[in-house]
Design a protein around this ligand. Structure first.
Ligand SMILES: *[C@@H]1O[C@H](CO)[C@@H](O)[C@H](O)[C@H]1NC(C)=O
Ligand SMILES: *[C@@H]1O[C@H](CO)[C@@H](O)[C@H](O)[C@H]1NC(C)=O
Ligand SMILES: CC(=O)N[C@H]1CO[C@H](CO)[C@@H](O)[C@@H]1O
Length: 513
């Protein structure tokens, strides 16, 4: 078959399938786009007296730090941050080697603080709007600058910014200190683990690792709200589970593991300005190349199932080099140095997290991976976490005298987005005819990407370059999922019912005492 025949075949298939009940709406009503900025009918808080609010944030990753920025912009709020790792700017900071891709969602969230903050973040990262798939000798562009300017809204989408997590946190911290250090409203403690989060007394008991000196003055300090920004192993989430009778959460290890190497110069035959997914010549370990600097530096993430020397071997360098050379023969020149780095690491796995609600009364609330995690499958982990921060800060701002309502509003808005992102990340599992149609549409969108009026941009592109809510994108694919996505009203009613359970439990507890 010639390429022309394949194209014709695909076009004819497109017409056949478009006559079935599958219908796609690529244009999303404008109203849903502005939702990120004004999550709910925000009653003006103009002439209210703003009570003093002490907020404890557990976890100073990107979401904990952005939330601190947004909260400190409001009057009469103090923020205390706790982080078990050391300050990301210090020399001995544990490097989180892989780079994060900040797309339009994350960028829009950071800009909610101000344009300055975004520009500072951008300067530390590397801008790229290219995404290429390498299969054998073939390079298939999955996304390029053109897609950004051909965006349906006629707007030019700025490129994604690739940045190391430590760099992103470093910038957010520098700016927090610059803006608020002298205000007396910001406290930060690194190398401080939280042993327990007590939601009755609203206190945190600190581990004595590292700087146990800070224990005494903080021990009896209480907070009005405790925020869990503490990732997949969230302590705050555990405490909510113990206090909230109907809170349900599930954490699962995802199949597959990964290791990351950093190289100073982009590997041969890879576009130094593009994110590239490289399928191996043999074996099942794939390589994901992310540029991280103008000098050509990049990081390469190797991911796959267990039985590979690349991921598992920790003693025999020859075995790693051999496997690298058969899987990625084009990188022969750098396989020695990559092997040394791979050997020194313990492979990492990823987990998913699901929760049926994200808050507990007026006391505790979860953001980012602590609330919903997809193990990096979608590339939207940090982006969706930063969106959580904006919504939570806005819910608090518009409900300063009713924190119960603030946290409930936050859950109502974000639980459905978290659920939709989970579904999108792991995809539908269609069967029979639907599986064929799904496969065909995926191929079509990969090839045409919505150009020439055929198909629509691939999912990855829509997640990265549009602000269309995850729930809207998920519903467009209802046909392929075993169950249609619930309506916003259904999910919100459920969140409200869970909230009422928790409130009742609190009331009961008071009567008993
Ligand atoms: C902040 O709190 C102080 C003291 O509680 C109060 O007098 C002041 O009015 C508050 N500020 C605002 C903007 O409400
Ligand atoms: C290291 O791996 C190579 C290739 O798999 C193998 O031939 C060699 O025997 C191994 N060496 C040791 C010490 O296990
Ligand atoms: C059903 C019920 O009473 N559940 C919980 C209410 O809250 C306390 C803690 O405050 C729990 O111990 C109960 O299990």
């Amino acid at each position: 078959m010639t390429v022309r025949n394949i194209v014709l075949f695909l076009i004819s298939w497109f017409w056949i399938t478009s006559m079935t009940s599958v219908s796609f709406t690529t244009n999303v009503p404008c109203s849903s786009k502005s939702r990120l900025l004004t999550p709910l009918s925000s009653v003006s808080a103009n002439n209210e007296i703003l009570p003093l609010l002490k907020i404890g944030i557990v976890g100073a990753g990107p979401s904990g730090l952005l939330l601190a920025h947004l909260l400190l912009q409001q009057e009469n709020i103090t923020v205390t941050l706790f982080e078990s790792r050391s300050d990301p700017r210090s020399k001995n900071a544990e490097q989180r080697a892989y780079a994060l891709g900040i797309g339009i969602r994350g960028r829009t969230a950071i800009r909610q603080v101000d344009e300055d903050l975004w520009q500072t973040v951008k300067k530390r990262g590397f801008e790229s709007e290219r995404f290429q798939l390498h299969v054998g000798g073939l390079v298939i562009p999955l996304r390029s600058e053109k897609d950004a300017s051909n965006n349906k809204d006629g707007l030019t989408v700025e490129p994604s910014v690739l940045t190391y997590q430590t760099d992103l946190c470093g910038v957010l911290l520098d700016e927090l200190e610059r803006r608020f250090q002298g205000s007396g409203r910001l406290n930060m403690y690194f190398q401080t683990t939280i042993n327990e989060c007590n939601l009755d007394s609203m206190t945190l008991s600190l581990g004595n690792e590292g700087k146990d000196l800070i224990q005494p003055p903080l021990a009896d300090k209480s907070y009005d709200i405790i925020v869990g920004a503490d990732g997949v192993n969230s302590k705050v989430r555990n405490s909510i589970r113990q206090s909230h009778p109907s809170f349900q959460t599930n954490k699962e290890s995802l199949p597959g593991e990964f290791k990351v190497v950093r190289v100073d110069k982009g590997p041969p035959k890879v576009d130094p300005a593009s994110v590239s997914l490289i399928l191996p010549k043999s074996g099942s370990t794939t390589a994901f190349v992310e540029p991280t600097g103008l000098d050509g530096s990049c990081c390469i993430l190797f991911a796959g199932g267990g039985e590979s020397a690349i991921l598992s071997e920790r003693m025999n360098k020859t075995a790693i080099v051999e496997e690298l050379q058969t899987a990625f023969p084009q990188w022969k020149a750098i396989s020695e140095s990559m092997a040394s780095q791979l050997m020194s690491q313990i492979k990492t796995g990823a987990s998913s997290v699901v929760c049926n609600t994200y808050h507990y009364n007026d006391k505790a609330v979860l953001i980012g991976d602590a609330a919903h995690a997809t193990g990096g499958v979608s590339g939207q982990g940090v982006n969706s976490a930063l969106q959580d921060c904006v919504v939570l800060a806005e819910c608090i701002r518009s409900n300063r005298n009713n924190l119960e309502n603030a946290l409930l509003s936050y859950s109502k808005s974000q639980v459905l987005e978290g659920k939709a992102l989970y579904d999108l990340s792991f995809g539908p599992k269609p069967e029979g005819m639907k599986a064929w149609i799904w496969a065909f549409l995926s191929v079509r969108d990969t090839i045409f990407r919505g150009r020439l009026g055929i198909g629509r941009p691939p999912l990855q592109t829509r997640l990265t370059t549009t602000l269309t809510p995850f729930s809207v994108i998920r519903r467009e694919n209802d046909y392929f999922y075993s169950e249609p996505f619930p309506s916003n009203a259904e999910i919100q009613e459920n969140v409200l019912a869970l909230h009422e359970d928790a409130v009742q439990n609190k009331t009961k507890a008071c009567i008993v005492h």
